[in-house]
Design a protein around this ligand. Structure first.
Ligand code: IMP
Length: 473
């Protein structure tokens, strides 16, 4: 009988050989999945990557699993064994005795009982997972865990080598993919971004509206089995849209009562079987209420006069601000940090940024009057700092840097007060219009030469209260 060592060494030989071959990446990944399942003598293997928001795991290669199991939809990365995302290799001897399984009903139909998963780590960041599944209950041994971790390291190297990074970056750019289409690597490329034909014009209109509000969406991304006969699926329900940012499935309705009744029945059933899934039936009148609820538009407004296009919605801004705050908290660890903002444009940004900074900080504000005509040429300080900033670490927080004149003036003014350090964090950088070179240490977004409003920024005193950043008509 073949020894375990021999099986592992043969598998690693095969994996490294395939990884080093000229085969297309899909073949390599599928082959690695096969080698791994065979070496560990498991029923199947799946290799998945994390989406850019680190919310979902999308399949990029599999072996030994049925199409139905693979079509179970993208895994919610945080709900399905999140320890793996934190870098741990885990083994579950009996999925049914374990509360963490996200799709136990699929595990039943696939007759899967045991499971082991390892993170795929690239540059100290978890980018995906490899999982092996077993029909029978099984206590995986430490040597088997080690083997899976070794394979996952090889996958990380392979992905890097095969420039899947390029693949990933197009994925990041598109920021969207239809999970259901990814049942095997052979069906890649990853990004069928927009469906060419919606099944109803109202869906197309809704998609356009989502685009306007910069809300990410997936069209019919997952089918939910609703009824079975002898473990064979006899009824499924595929909601029209999934909005990953708010983890919500949507089914659009027409006013036709017979269809409504049928959809309502299916929806009730879906909620019974999958209580963790957020799904809603939505008719046209409800669109705007939904957007309002999630902060994409101010309540009661169905059109914002003058707004041409939304550049960044609230969810996107929050995500970016959190990431800036994390970086700042890391860089200023142990320092005496003072955040300084200029009123009023920085209001929203400062508020969100400071709430996400995890180290102790002080905050102060200045107000200035900017020249409105050629007669007043100087910027005037109308409210000075309250704090003494000598020997303190100062981070100047700006909403937008345009020509750089204002910031340059303020930086000179602050430097004269002998702070220990002086850096700049701006949410927006309109670099195309820069007249004076000012150093920007933290930048939220680079934007083109367009006048923007919202999230604190105004046009003639208006629009500051919009929860997003938009371009005016
Ligand atoms: P700078 O001195 O030209 O860099 O201009 C900076 C100031 O101009 C900002 O603090 C804003 O108050 C204002 N500003 C520049 N561009 C915009 C814009 O697109 N929308 C709103 N205010 C802007």
């Amino acid at each position: 009988m073949e020894s375990t060592e021999n099986r592992y060494s043969l598998a690693l030989k095969q994996i490294t050989k395939t990884a080093n071959s000229a085969l297309p990446v899909k073949k390599v990944i599928t082959s690695i999945a096969g080698c791994t399942a065979k070496a560990l003598q498991t029923t199947g293997c799946a290799i998945m990557i994390l989406n850019p928001q680190k919310e979902h795991l999308d399949l990029i290669g599999a072996y030994g699993l049925s199409d139905m199991y693979l079509r179970k939809g993208a895994l919610n990365a945080r709900k399905s064994y999140p320890e793996i995302l934190d870098g741990k290799t885990i083994a579950v001897a009996d999925i049914f005795a374990d509360k963490r399984s996200q799709y136990p009903e699929h595990a039943i139909s696939e007759k899967i009982t045991a499971f082991m998963g390892a993170p795929i780590v690239q540059k100290e960041e978890v980018i995906g997972q490899i999982r092996v599944y077993n029909r029978e209950k099984r206590h995986f041994k430490p040597i088997e865990k080690d083997f899976l971790s070794t394979v996952s390291n090889l996958i990380a190297l392979t992905l890097e080598k095969m420039e899947l990074n390029q693949y990933l970056s197009s994925y990041h750019e598109a920021n969207i993919l239809q999970h259901q289409k990814l049942t095997s690597f052979s069906r890649l490329p990853l990004i069928p971004i927009r469906p060419t034909n919606f099944s109803h014009p109202s869906e197309e209109e809704f998609a356009r509206l989502l685009d306007f509000y910069q809300v990410e969406w997936l069209y019919e991304p997952r089918s939910f089995p609703l009824a079975w006969e002898d473990k064979r699926i006899t009824e499924m329900f595929t909601p029209d849209f999934f909005l990953p940012e708010i983890n919500l499935y949507l089914e659009l309705t027409t006013t036709k009562q017979s269809l409504m009744t049928e959809k309502n029945r299916k929806l009730r059933r879906l909620k019974e079987i999958y209580p963790d899934i957020n799904v809603r039936l939505l008719n046209k009148g409800d669109y705007l209420k939904l957007f309002a609820k999630y902060g994409f538009i101010s309540l009661g407004e169905n059109k914002i006069a003058g707004v041409q296009k939304i550049l960044f919605n609230r969810t996107q801004i929050q995500r970016r601000v959190k990431s800036l705050a994390k970086q700042i908290s890391r860089d200023y660890q142990g320092k005496d940090l003072v955040l300084i903002g200029i009123l009023k444009g920085v209001l929203c940004f400062m508020s969100d940024l400071m709430q996400n900074i995890s180290i102790p900080v002080s905050v102060d504000f200045m107000a200035i009057s900017t020249p409105t005509n050629n007669i007043d040429t100087a910027i005037q300080i109308t409210k000075d700092l309250d704090l003494d900033i000598m020997h303190k670490d100062i981070l100047m927080v700006e909403d937008i840097v345009d020509t750089g004149m204002t910031l340059n003036y303020i930086l000179n003014y602050l430097a004269a007060r002998n702070p220990a350090s002086l850096k700049v964090c701006t949410l927006l950088d309109k670099s195309a219009r820069r007249l004076i070179n000012v150093p920007l240490d933290y930048v939220g977004y680079e934007i083109p030469d367009q006048f923007v409003v919202g999230y604190g920024l105004d046009f003639r005193g208006k629009y500051r209260n919009l929860p997003f950043i938009a371009v005016l008509e």
